[in-house]
Design a protein around this ligand. Structure first.
Ligand SMILES: NC(=O)c1ccc[n+]([C@@H]2O[C@H](COP(=O)([O-])OP(=O)(O)OC[C@H]3O[C@@H](n4cnc5c(N)ncnc54)[C@H](OP(=O)(O)O)[C@@H]3O)[C@@H](O)[C@H]2O)c1
Length: 289
């Protein structure tokens, strides 16, 4: 397949290009400013140059707290831009692959959310991403949207890198690291997402799919796993969300069930602990953090 991967400099996009090449596809990675997804002319120019079978959009405005301050920009990049992508995909008969988030849910559930669960985003980021989903569904019949969550990888900014930074600082200052223990989700490695998506490209199923690792934990549990795997000698103590107020509300419970993959018999997402173990092992093989 010929694939155009937009947002190839980001956390997911970088690994998608690498994994799609490993899988034998012909992949063209582009990112801002080479392409601006909010500008249909720019999207058209890029798509016409490459003429891909599949357009994979990894680009987004992902700074969740900043979205609260800049709602117009959040909606421009995460929602309105989806119209340009969807129309271009339809005009060129390309499959559009796009990513959404667990933040489309309110986090008030106590069992995992399936693709059928009612959405009710609580933040500007979540609302803008949900609108993006709707715009794609309205404008392009041939689409797959993968809702992912608690993403980490080797490239870009993420929880693993932040925890290492905070843990190093706490160690130097001789104090414990405090991490919230009342928000639950599933840490998901970028490469697991890429492998899962690449494995379903030959399927005819379309629409929204949940695509996270299996199992669940709190940020505190994940931080402990990160600190242990990174060999940082610091105590990690649990705390509440109230102790760490953030501009954008976070869902307290955002575990997603990959119900559609399971029904199709194609779910290859690993348990979050084994995904994280493989991430650490590959990171070590590549020369460390
Ligand atoms: N990270 C998570 O935990 C998480 C969780 C759930 C869902 N998601 C979703 O997963 C997808 C990938 O996230 P990620 O963490 O890989 O994001 P990321 O690291 O922030 O990468 C996003 C990329 O998009 C580019 N971009 C931003 N605005 C653009 C525009 N107007 N035109 C073209 N490119 C633009 C950025 O370029 P600049 O750096 O130059 O701005 C960046 O390279 C997104 O749809 C996100 O909403 C992420």
């Amino acid at each position: 397949m010929k694939i155009l991967a937009i947002g190839s400099g980001g956390q997911l996009g970088y690994d998608f290009v690498e994994q799609a090449e490993i899988a034998g596809h012909s992949v063209f990675g582009v990112d801002y400013p080479q392409i601006n997804i909010t500008d249909k002319i720019s999207v058209d120019r890029c798509v016409n140059d490459i003429n891909p079978d599949i357009i994979v959009n990894c680009a987004a405005f992902t700074a969740v707290d900043l979205c609260e301050e800049q709602p117009e920009e959040a909606f421009r990049v995460n929602a309105a831009a989806c119209a340009a992508l969807a129309l271009t995909a339809r005009e060129t008969n390309a499959l559009l692959i796009h990513f959404s988030t667990d933040y489309v849910f309110d986090g008030k559930a106590s069992v995992p959310y399936t693709e059928q669960s009612r959405t009710n985003p609580q933040s500007v980021y979540g609302r803008s991403k949900l609108r993006g989903e709707e715009i794609i569904a309205e404008n392009c019949p041939d689409y797959m949207i993968f809702r992912i969550a608690w993403l980490y990888g080797m490239h870009g900014n993420n929880f693993v890198k932040n925890i290492r930074k905070f843990a190093d600082a706490a160690f130097k200052e001789g104090r414990p690291l405090k991490v919230v223990n009342d928000q639950f989700g599933t840490p998901t490695w970028t490469v697991s997402v890429c492998r899962q998506i690449l494995s379903v490209l030959d399927k005819d199923d379309r629409g929204i799919f949940h695509c996270t690792s299996e199992g669940e934990c709190s940020w505190f549990d994940f931080a402990k796993a990160v600190v242990t795997a990174s060999g940082i000698n610091v105590d990690v103590n649990p705390c509440t969300t109230e102790e760490f107020p953030r501009p954008a509300p976070r869902p307290a419970y955002s575990v997603l069930e990959n119900a559609r993959f399971k029904a199709m018999g194609v779910n290859i997402m690993p348990d979050w602990r084994s995904g994280f173990k493989e991430f650490i092992s590959i990171e070590n093989n590549r020369g460390g953090k």
